[in-house]
Write a protein that binds this ligand. Structure first.
Ligand SMILES: Cc1cc2nc3c(=O)[nH]c(=O)nc-3n(C[C@H](O)[C@H](O)[C@H](O)COP(=O)(O)OP(=O)(O)OC[C@H]3O[C@@H](n4cnc5c(N)ncnc54)[C@H](O)[C@@H]3O)c2cc1C
Length: 406
C-alpha cells in the first residue's frame, strides 16, 4: 500500500489535519484503532463558537450542537457565587461522537481513506527518519505501511510520540478526569454552564455541569490526586449548590480519561514526523479544553506538510516551521494560561471563596459582558483589563497570589 501521509488517530486533530492536507491534493490515510470515530467518547465538548467559526466549522450540522451558552456561574466550595452573563451565546456544547464523525466525513469527502479497527503499533524508522508505521488489525499479521510523512494524532497516550524521541505531555501537568451523562438535573439555567472550583471538590482543575434543554447534562471534573469518581460522588452529595442540582440525578454513562494541562511540548516535529493535538499537549492549561487548540495546530501542520511534500523535504529542519507557526499563533496565550493555572493551583479554598465574593461585589461580571473570545485567554485578559472593575480584580487576585506564595 503506498501512502503519501499516514495519520494515526481519527480524533478531531487527526481528521482535521487529514481534511486540510487532502484538500491540497495529497493522498492521506487515517488509521483509527476503534471500529468507529468518536467512540468511546470521554469529552464534555464545550467549545468556543467564535473559534469554530474561524476554523470554518460553525454552524455545525443539525444535531451536533446540544446547547449554546451565554452565561457561566462559578461557585466556591462553600457556595459563594460569581455569575457572568454575556450579551450573546459564546460557547456551545457538541455531541463529541457526532462532532468527530462530522470531521471524519469532511475528510472522506476530499478523498481521505479511513482504516478502522487498525491500531498503529509502532513507527518504521530508517536512518533517523520515520518512513511508515506498523499496523495491527485484529488477528491479522501486522502490516507495514510506508509513508513519506507520519502524523501522530493518537491523543494523550503519546506512545508513538515517545518512540519518535519527542517530548510528551508533562507528567506533573496531568489531571485525571471523569465525565458523566446525568438525567434529572434541577435548578440550573438553560443557557449557563455551572463551574465548581476549589480543592475540596476538584483539586487541580474544577468540576462542571453542562446542561441540555431536556433535563439531562454532562457533569464532570478532574483532579490531580485521588479518585475522580469519589470526588464526583462528593460533589453530587455534599456541594452546597451542586447537591441541590444533582441530588436526584441519575448517572446513565460514565467515562474516565486524563487531561494534559502542562502546556504544549517544546518540540512536536522530527524527521518525517509531526505530532498534533493532545499527544503534543496542545491544550488550554486553564480549562483543559484541547479541541480548538489541537485543531488549530492541525491546520498549521497541514500547511507545513503540504509545503514540505511539494519541496520534497520532510526533514526536522524543514518541519520545525510547524512549531514556529504554533508558537507564533498560540505562544503568548499559552504562557498567560500557564501562569493563571499556577495561580489557581496555589489558591486555598478560603482564598478562592474570597476571590469569587470580591469578583461578584465589584461587578466584574458586567466588565466581562462583551467577551467573545474564550480560547485565546492572554489576549482576552488584556482587553478586559481596560475596565476598572477588572483591573481592581487583578490587583486583588495578585495580592492573593503574593500571599499564597509568602
Ligand atoms: C473529561 C474530559 C472532558 C473534556 N472536555 C473538553 C471540552 O469541554 N472542550 C474541549 O475543547 N476539550 C475537552 N477535553 C479535551 C479533549 O477531549 C481533547 O483535547 C481532544 O479530544 C484531543 O483531540 P485529539 O484528536 O488530539 O485526541 P483524541 O480525541 O484523544 O483522539 C485520538 C484518537 O486516536 C486513536 N488512537 C490512539 N492510539 C492509536 C493507535 N495507536 N492507532 C490508531 N488509533 C489510535 C484513538 O482511538 C482516538 O480516536 C476534555 C477531556 C476530558 C478527558
Amino acid at each position: 500500500m503506498q501512502n503519501a501521509v499516514v495519520v494515526v488517530g481519527g480524533g478531531p486533530a487527526g481528521s482535521f489535519f487529514a481534511y486540510e492536507l487532502a484538500k491540497r491534493g495529497v493522498t492521506v490515510s487515517v488509521f483509527e484503532e476503534h471500529p468507529k470515530v468518536g467512540v468511546p467518547s470521554h469529552c464534555a465538548g464545550h467549545l468556543s463558537i467564535r473559534s469554530l467559526k474561524s476554523l470554518g466549522l460553525y454552524p455545525l450540522p443539525e444535531g451536533v450542537v446540544e446547547n449554546e451558552f451565554s452565561g457561566a456561574n462559578f461557585y466556591s466550595p462553600n457556595g459563594a457565587k460569581f455569575a457572568v452573563h454575556l450579551s450573546s451565546p459564546v460557547t456551545c456544547a457538541v455531541n463529541r461522537v457526532l462532532f468527530d464523525r462530522y470531521l471524519a466525513e469532511k475528510a472522506q469527502a476530499v478523498g481521505v481513506r479511513y482504516f478502522f479497527g487498525s491500531r498503529v503499533s509502532s513507527l518504521l524508522i530508517d536512518d533517523g527518519f520515520v518512513n511508515g508505521v506498523n499496523v495491527a488489525q485484529g488477528d491479522k499479521v501486522e502490516m507495514q505501511v510506508p509513508a513519506k510523512l507520519v502524523v501522530d494524532a493518537e491523543g494523550i497516550s503519546s506512545r508513538l510520540t515517545r518512540q519518535a524521541g519527542l517530548p510528551t505531555p508533562k507528567r506533573e501537568g496531568l489531571v485525571y478526569a471523569v465525565e458523566a451523562e446525568v438525567e434529572n438535573v434541577q435548578n440550573v439555567e438553560e443557557h449557563a454552564v455551572e463551574v465548581y472550583v476549589g480543592n475540596d471538590y476538584a483539586p487541580g482543575l474544577y468540576a462542571w455541569l453542562i446542561p441540555r434543554l431536556d433535563g439531562t447534562a454532562k457533569v464532570g471534573l478532574a483532579t490531580r490526586s485521588g479518585n475522580p469518581k469519589e470526588f464526583l460522588q462528593r460533589l453530587m452529595r455534599r456541594h452546597p449548590v451542586a447537591s441541590k442540582q444533582l441530588g436526584n440525578a441519575k448517572i446513565s454513562q460514565i467515562a474516565f480519561h486524563a487531561i494534559t494541562l502542562g502546556g504544549p511540548v517544546s518540540r512536536a516535529y522530527g524527521n518525517g514526523f509531526l505530532a498534533v493535538g493532545d499527544c503534543a499537549s496542545q491544550v488550554k492549561s486553564t480549562t483543559g479544553g484541547g479541541v480548538v487548540f489541537g485543531v488549530t495546530c492541525a491546520k498549521f501542520a497541514a500547511e507545513v506538510a503540504s509545503q514540505a511534500l511539494r519541496d520534497g523535504d520532510v526533514s526536522a529542519e524543514f518541519l520545525r516551521l510547524y512549531q514556529k507557526r504554533c508558537d507564533d499563533a498560540l505562544g503568548f496565550d499559552v504562557r498567560v494560561m500557564l501562569k493563571i493555572r499556577e495561580f489557581l493551583n496555589k489558591l486555598s479554598d478560603e482564598k478562592m471563596d474570597k476571590a469569587l465574593r470580591f469578583a461578584a461585589r465589584t461587578g466584574l461580571g458586567g466588565a466581562l459582558r462583551d467577551i467573545e473570545e474564550i480560547d485565546f485567554q492572554g489576549r482576552t485578559l488584556f482587553t478586559v483589563l481596560k475596565k476598572p472593575s477588572a483591573y481592581a480584580a487583578l490587583v486583588y487576585f495578585a495580592s492573593l497570589y503574593l500571599s499564597a506564595n509568602a
